[in-house]
Design a protein around this ligand. Sequence first.
Ligand code: GDP
Ligand code: IMO
Ligand code: MG
Length: 429
Amino acid sequence: MPAIVLVGTQWGDEGKGKATDLLGSSVDYVVKFNGGNNAGHTVVIDDQTYALHLLPSGILTPGVTPVIGNGVVVDLSVLIEELDALEARGVDTSRLLLSANAHVIPPYNRVLDKVNERFLGKRRLGTTGRGIGPTYADKMSRVGIRVQDLYDESILRQKIEAALEVKNQVLLKIYNRRAVEVDEVMTELLLHAERIRPMVIDTGLRLNQALDDGKTVLFEAGQATLLDVDHGTYPFVTSSNATSGGACTGSGVAPTRIDSVIGILKAYSTRVGEGPFPTELHDDSGEFLRKTGAEYGTTTGRPRRCGWLDTVVGRYARRVNGLTDVVITKLDVLTGLNTVPICVAYDVRGTKHDEMPVNQSDVHHAKPIYEELPGWWEDISACRTFEQLPANAQAYVLRVEELIGTRISAIGVGPGRTETIQRFGLLGD
Ligand code: GDP
Ligand code: IMO
Ligand code: MG
């Protein structure tokens, strides 16, 4: 004990990687339970910047055992590239564990993800093109390939053949692409099989044993609440459960074992890819947030869409995830504004909505109702206690806390590991 889940409350890129890294020294295991290398977490330690995609952010902390759970989809070549790159920078990656039940991203799903987006044209989702959606679709259609299949070549061949029967028809007849050979898929998937073999275990068993032994386990979500396939702005979502429930299904640890759920909330909003975004700004303020917050995707380099903080989204995230704590990140980015708007509700065709509308087209038509709070100009990056923040910054945090209804336990005032204000303990103290 304890088991802590950490989730994104908005559309991703809230600073989950930095928060995980911050907690790293106090936890024994960090588990990635959903998504794959569509994630992009930037972690800044002293003068070193690390961009992680597939590996849990806990890998950067000596002593932590990083775990890739069964709910993750794994691109094996990306796994090896990331491990090699970290090893070359002196990071010890030898403790990494990989679930035997995690699905692998076969090369044809990367192709299908990209051609499918091209085919959709104006209706595209703006995916990261990493093969995430097609691989989760295969999992649900029961034609997926799991890590454990790599260690039985005849089973692996049968599974690839079964998948390719349909995939090749689609590639050839719908997308006018070349068919994929079974052998080329076998070769790519088996290339690193022996190297990763020592990491492959029953991670669900290990994590439950660790909790029995009194260890602390942190479950780190990729993506975020509004990108969750069930609870997000469907179909403009990713293909996994990025909310707290996903931590259980994606790891094999039961809900009764989870002690707390930390929501990471950026002090404003961003979104990458298509889909509704009620507080999106198309003016100088949006440009200000993008520039000041360096809002460019870690994975694809795309400029992130920017807007003001949306507490309808925050309240929704509290409910769906059962948040016990919120960490506000990037408060420093709001420094220098005359007033700071907070969206408190939506106006949908003349009707006020305090809660997220259930009807998707209402979300597309939602107009934010703003409350304007006075801004601050002081540099806050050196503040380490709540009381050191300018009065208006304190008032902003307290108002957000009130609107979301969950205590704000930590506040990010810069990208660095130490640039954080801890208000309340995040590990159950
Ligand atoms: P993640 O996907 O949720 O892990 O977030 P990303 O790493 O994609 O994006 C968050 C970005 O904000 C990263 O570049 C972080 O280094 C940076 N960051 C995190 N917290 C803070 C903060 O409190 N202030 C500032 N200025 N930057 C932050
Ligand atoms: P982190 O973990 C922001 C978005 C994509 C696209 C949609 C579907 O860094 O917060 P996918 O490739 O998953 O099928 O794309 O989801 N998306 C993210 N946006 N942060 C992420 O991860 C994302 N992962 C996927 O831009 O709109
Ligand atoms: Mg990110």
